[in-house]
Design a protein around this ligand. Structure first.
Ligand code: SF4
Length: 347
């Protein structure tokens, strides 16, 4: 094939950076096993790397031995699961993305004000499950127009519309417009719930799609924002769209110009390996629609833990003031890829 066009932004977002770094810190601090409720992020390679380090992923906190360190994934956790996790007595660190927390908060506030909440999301996705569990009696899941048809009479309650953060813009737009038509007084958040990372990756993909004979989307099948990228690529009219986890999965008949993007939980090292395998005869272009500067600091429980450890280290080693690293400060200047590489051999 002749040329690769890379979409930018692509790959790790600020929420994924935060979650991966937090789990890498846990692996540094605690003897294995460290437990993690749900996959820390929806990427098979990242999860496999942590498994190799002794992280045990569970779908039920009851499987975590009392007193064991436990991390909760980036997708957000149902309140009763969080409560049960804390009851088990070990250190619990919640790596939820702040943008998911914002939607949980919107659910709480609207419920207190008596709203029925229509939540556009994907049934069975961990983010949707965690968000709906904030107020199960008030939230109705909407995936299709048929779900809007099935709502029936809402007893004149005010109606609000919220969404999973990682939907494709088109999925949100169509259902939002239909909901507005049916409920003229519909309450909507000032800005929709689709996160900046999802929106930016989709915009970058749209910017390259018209130039490409094929598009490669890197990411896992259970990653909602990756699947959204696949949908955007197909909607762009591109003849050939393939989603892969790793370079070995690339088909060998791609020709012409190949666009490459990556979901928000796909490592940049995989992107580089994919481009190397494509080996374009006329080189690689990068098309950038924006630069992301967002940084989400480590979860509060982890900040407290890391600062306490740094202080204890300073006291026990009688180190001079300022000579012991500030791990929380260090987090900002370190990428997830770097921290993960420090603790984990590549899978
Ligand atoms: S994709 Fe968006 S909501 Fe999900 S972790 Fe990244 S920034 Fe947060």
């Amino acid at each position: 094939m002749e040329r690769v066009v890379l979409a930018e932004p692509r790959g790790f977002c600020a929420g994924v950076e935060k979650a991966i770094k937090a789990l890498a810190w846990m692996v540094r601090v605690f003897e294995p096993p460290v437990f993690c409720y749900h996959e820390i992020v929806h990427n098979q390679l990242v999860v496999d790397q942590f498994r190799a380090l002794g992280v045990v992923f569970v779908d039920d906190v009851a499987a975590v031995p009392p007193g064991s360190p436990l991390m909760l994934s980036a997708h957000g956790t149902a309140p009763e699961v969080l409560e049960e996790a804390r009851r088990r007595g070990g250190v619990v660190v919640d790596a939820v993305c702040p943008l998911v927390t914002k939607v949980h908060h919107e659910v709480e506030v609207r419920t207190r004000k008596g709203f029925t909440i229509l939540y556009i999301g994907h049934a069975g996705h961990e983010e949707a499950i965690g968000t709906m569990a904030v107020a199960p009696a008030a939230v109705r899941l909407i995936e299709t127009e048929e779900d809007l048809d099935a709502l029936g009479d809402l007893d004149d309650a005010p109606v609000a519309l919220l969404a999973q953060t990682t939907l494709s813009h088109d999925e949100w737009q169509g259902l939002m417009e239909e909901a507005k038509r049916r409920f003229p007084d519909l309450w909507l958040p000032g800005r929709n719930d689709l996160c900046f990372a999802t929106t930016n990756r989709q915009a970058a993909l749209k910017a390259i799609a018209g130039k490409c004979d094929a598009i490669v989307v890197i990411g896992s099948a259970n990653s909602s924002n990756t699947v959204a990228l696949e949908k955007v690529a197909r909607a762009s009219g591109c003849d050939r769209v393939v989603r892969i986890n790793r370079p070995e999965e690339l088909p060998d008949d791609l020709v012409g110009t190949v666009g490459v993007t990556a979901g928000a939980s796909a490592p940049e090292a995989v992107v580089s390996a994919v481009v190397a395998r494509l080996a374009p005869t006329n080189g690689t272009d990068v098309v950038s629609v924006t630069t992301e500067h967002e940084y989400f600091p480590p979860p509060p429980e982890l900040r407290v833990l890391l600062r306490a450890l740094a202080t204890a280290l300073a006291v026990t080693t009688a180190a001079p003031t300022g000579s012991v690293l500030d791990p929380v400060g260090e987090d900002r200047g370190t990428s997830a890829a770097r921290l993960l590489a420090d603790v984990a051999p590549a899978a």
